[in-house]
Design a protein around this ligand. Structure first.
Ligand code: TGC
Ligand code: FAD
Length: 389
């Protein structure tokens, strides 16, 4: 494991053991097959229950609801190990843990928590999170056309969602819609409801080992007990994004470790002009940049986990870590691909797969530039996002 500043010494023995166990499991069960799954645009559904057994699904939630009551860093190291194999595996677990289990835990009724959370933790049920719509995901408030109309004891949902991870795998969808007062509300919608349709998005050149879908809701009727009663307004979905972005800040570094170690090994064994390319200053500069970014990113992620456990975490701090760690991983993957030369364009090596995946990771959960503007607003008090924000 690459850990230049021994950040793992800052983890508890339990956190280190979770990380070791996750690495052992994923190296045995996923690493040998990931290139094939990615090439064939296949998500390994047979691993979902195994992820549950390993405690990858909602580890931070209390044990009474099926979680492990684990620390923030535990969720972090699990995300790291998953994304060290592929961003698509981390995405599956991010959505299930942070975007489906978290809102049910934070905003659900006791009945909803007891019914859904243990099944989601075991991987018996899969969820997805529908916030983004086709007209501009960066501004989910102004662009939200999905509506929830009250009709007696029911709500009737109409609209569509775009780019939804796990959409075609999910048994339930957390759908964010505006009610008749124009307030954003969250609903737990069974995907076998009449009028609900998921259309798989094909021809992706990124995150291919992950299912991405369009969701269509045509007058989908759900009982009022499907409403998440504990939150109103955009802060509902945005608070879920804070949880997921925290995991991504760790996860991206797993991908960066994978491409760095691959490029380092290649550079040591590849000789041109009478010496290994690892002896060349231009190659060393790229490797040093990757190692430095990984080291700084890990310290950032670890400190963020402490702040999270202490209840002091600010969303803008998460924006900084998501923005910088993902861009560092993307730049590292591009450099690793370059060090590998022609070999770097094939799926025999991992770097180009990580590089292409990280293009999505740089875009979802708030694009790089949106996080820049969130941080700019935090630092200056001036809003450069635009008129409606
Ligand atoms: P703004 O005025 O900033 O905020 C509205 C209310 O929300 C609160 N808030 C937050 N709360 C918790 N966590 C956060 N990160 C929060 N950010 C804001 C805020 O305090 C306010 O509360 P209140 O009580 O005053 O009402 O709203 P805005 O319209 O100006 O928002 C702008 C912006 C840019 C921050 C927001 O729209 C944004 O984050 N846009 C990016 C959208 C995004 O990230 N979408 C991701 C969709 S899900 C996804 O990509 C899943 S990929 C999963 C995978 O496969 O891994
Ligand atoms: P837009 O918002 O249209 O942005 C286009 C470009 O304009 C970007 O470069 C952006 O940075 C820039 N831009 C936008 N506004 C500004 C501004 N004010 N100033 C400067 N530049 C600006 N969403 C979900 O709800 N659930 C999911 O599970 C989910 N999974 C996803 C999986 C994949 C594979 C992908 C690709 C996306 C997923 N998303 C999901 C959606 C994702 O969150 C959005 O793609 C993202 O928020 C950006 O929205 P957009 O694609 O509509 O781009």
């Amino acid at each position: 494991m690459f850990d230049f500043y021994q950040v793992s010494d800052l983890l508890s023995p339990e956190e280190r053991e979770v990380q070791r166990a996750a690495r052992r499991f994923l190296e045995a069960e996923a690493l040998p097959h990931i290139a094939k799954w990615w090439e064939e645009a296949e998500f390994p559904t047979h691993l979902i229950r195994r992820f549950g057994e390993m405690g990858f699904l909602g580890p931070s939630l209390p044990t009474e609801y099926g979680g492990l009551g684990a620390s923030a860093a535990t969720y972090g190291v699990v995300s790291y190990e998953l994304e060290r194999i592929d961003s698509g595996l981390r995405s599956f677990c991010s959505v299930q843990s942070s975007l489906v289990m978290y809102p049910i835990w934070a905003y659900g009724s006791e009945e909803q928590k007891r019914f859904y959370l243990p099944k989601l933790a075991r991987g018996e049920l899969v969820g997805c999170f529908g916030l983004t719509e086709a007209d501009g995901g960066s501004d989910p408030d102004s662009n939200m056309k999905t509506r929830a109309r009250r009709d007696g004891d029911d709500y009737v949902l109409s609209g569509s969602k775009m780019w939804i991870t796990n959409g075609n795998l999910a048994h339930i969808a957390i759908i964010w819609a505006k009610d008749e007062e124009g307030e954003v509300r969250g609903f737990i919608v069974p995907t076998d409801s009449k009028g609900f349709r998921a259309n798989k998005i094909h021809h992706k050149a990124s995150l291919r080992a992950s299912v991405t879908s369009e969701l269509v809701l045509e007058e989908v009727r759900v009982p009022k007990s499907a409403l998440l009663p504990g939150v109103k307004g955009l802060k509902g979905p945005l608070s879920c994004l804070t949880q997921a972005r925290f995991g991504i800040a760790w996860g991206a570094l797993g991908a960066l470790e994978a491409v760095y170690t691959e490029a380092l090994e290649f550079a040591k064994s590849r000789s041109t002009f009478g010496a290994p390319i690892a002896r060349r200053q231009l190659v060393q500069e790229k490797l040093v940049r990757m190692a430095a970014d990984h080291t700084k990113g890990l310290l950032l992620a670890w400190r963020l986990a402490q702040l999270k456990d202490q209840g002091k975490l600010k969303p803008a701090q998460v924006s900084l870590a998501k923005r910088d760690n993902v861009r560092a991983a993307l730049n590292g993957a591009r450099a690793a691909r370059e060090i590998l030369g022609g070999s770097g364009i094939t799926l025999e090596y991992h770097s180009i797969r990580h590089m292409l995946n990280l293009e999505t990771v740089d875009t979802y959960e708030g694009t790089h530039d949106i996080h820049t503007l969130i941080l700019g607003r935090e630092l200056t008090g001036e809003n450069a996002l635009g008129e409606s924000s």
